[in-house]
Design a protein around this ligand. Structure first.
Ligand code: SF4
Ligand code: SF4
Length: 423
């Protein structure tokens, strides 16, 4: 098993500092489902002491949240170890028919295709606007037809809004030339958040461009061990964003942003691409960094109590913790309350919550009492997956009437002068 990141496993000194940070260790209480245990298993598999069978479940149940990397005093490269194990497992185990269908239709066909995503968006709009969604939900048929996780997601689906022609906004001055990364699912399910993010960037003086040839970032494929598709999409994006000069590549999606920043790592063995990938990655910033740096012109107040659910990939991979918090704390009238175990993953983790519904639900349920203790009216997220998962958590805790879940961009748009709230 030459592909396993064997050398990297020696950086682990088995100290266990990572255990309290690991959501699966906290909920499953097994050494094999902790970072230390998983690293040991990868080492033993590389040495031929155990079979890949013994590696499979612990690796499949890892969220890939990378909280262990932040907690680790010896800087273990857990992401690289995990990626190598996923790749080996993807090659060793023939996919089931369902997995093959997901890989072929969703990962390779749907997510990388803008046209297909627009068709889905149109279909979802029609489903919601025609009243069919209300009828289907009232009939109670969905839980019988769909797996439980999918049915809960359908219920939490945001209202897909028809895109409007963007009104030109008067920006104070042009500070940066920015290329905006839209993301595939983000642009389909939460297209209005992208439009608000662009409006906010324009409001602080950025000259924003949306490059039509950009593609899905490849994060979901990467998490599933389909490294070939992830690399293909990375190259497509690098080439697209190289066509003109931009000061920054900006996204408002914690998970996709983390993937974009790791293109250099993903393409580290490809001499033709590595340098280009590193240049691309260096240019990426989350929208919060630019907005915080340039100061938004707030025009309204928000008399609410808010808590924040930081996206794992924003915190542990992008290392962007200060800017979102500073923005939240700068909103006039808003009271920010920090929640115990705030950094703990919510269980979303790409499509983990669809593949491992019970495990993901146990994780979000463990968070909710801490959220409830803070008595918020508003829960702010920075990633569409966390957004939906926290909505499910709020619903499951019986708090849907009391707590709104919103992306940071939506919250900022509500109180920023000259940004339309209705996009
Ligand atoms: S990535 Fe997250 S779930 Fe996986 S071992 Fe690390 S802390 Fe635990
Ligand atoms: S904190 Fe780092 S060195 Fe310590 S057990 Fe966890 S991964 Fe190993």
């Amino acid at each position: 098993m030459a592909k396993l990141a064997y050398e990297e496993t020696f950086d682990c000194v088995q100290c266990g500092y990572c255990l309290p940070a690991c959501p699966t260790y906290q909920t499953m209480e097994k050494e094999t489902h902790s970072p230390r245990g998983r690293i040991n298993l990868v080492k033993m598999a590389a040495e031929g002491k155990i079979s890949t069978d013994e590696l499979k479940e612990p690796i499949d149940l890892c969220l890939g949240c990378r909280a262990c990397e932040t907690a680790c005093p010896t800087n273990v490269q857990y992401g690289r170890i995990l990626e190598s194990a996923k790749e080996v497992l993807a090659e060793s185990y023939p996919s089931s028919l369902t997995q093959r269908m997901v890989e072929k239709t969703v990962f390779k066909g749907l997510l990388p295709s803008t046209q297909m995503l627009r068709v889905i968006e149109f279909g979802l709009q029609a489903y919601q606007k025609s009243g069919v969604q209300t009828l289907v939900q009232k009939s109670g048929i969905l839980p019988k037809l769909l797996p439980q996780g999918m049915a809960e997601f359908e219920a939490m689906m945001p209202t897909i809004k028809r895109r409007k022609q963007k009104k030109p906004l008067t920006a104070p001055s042009t500070s940066y030339r920015v290329a905006y990364f839209t993301g595939c699912l983000m642009d389909t399910m939460f297209g209005s958040i992208n439009e608000q993010a662009i409006a906010l960037l324009e409001r602080v003086g950025c000259d924003v461009h949306v490059i039509p040839s950009q593609s899905c970032c490849g994060a979901l494929q990467h998490h599933a061990g389909d490294i070939g598709t992830a690399k293909m999409l990375a190259k497509k994006n690098i080439a697209a964003f190289e066509e003109e000069h931009y000061d920054y590549i900006v996204s408002s999606i914690g998970g996709c942003g983390a993937m974009l920043m790791e293109y250099g790592e993903l393409l580290r063995h490809e001499s033709d691409w590595h340098k280009r990938a590193e240049q691309f990655a260096r240019k990426h910033v989350d929208v919060s960094i630019i907005l915080e740096k340039n100061g938004l012109p707030f025009s309204g107040e928000m008399n609410k109590t808010a808590v924040y659910q930081p996206s794992c990939h924003m915190t542990h991979v992008q290392k962007n913790t200060a800017a979102p918090l500073a923005l939240i704390q700068s909103i006039p009238g808003l009271t920010y309350v920090e929640v115990d175990k705030q950094e703990m993953c919510c269980g979303s983790a790409g499509i983990y919550n669809l593949l491992h519904y019970e495990e993901a639900t146990a994780i979000v349920d463990k968070k909710m009492p801490h959220v409830q203790k803070a008595k918020p009216d508003l829960l702010i997220t920075t990633n569409p997956g966390c957004h939906l998962q926290m909505k499910i958590g709020v619903q499951r805790a019986g708090l849907a009437e009391k707590i709104e879940v919103k992306h940071l961009v939506e919250v900022l748009a509500e109180v920023t002068e000259g940004v339309r709230k209705d996009v």
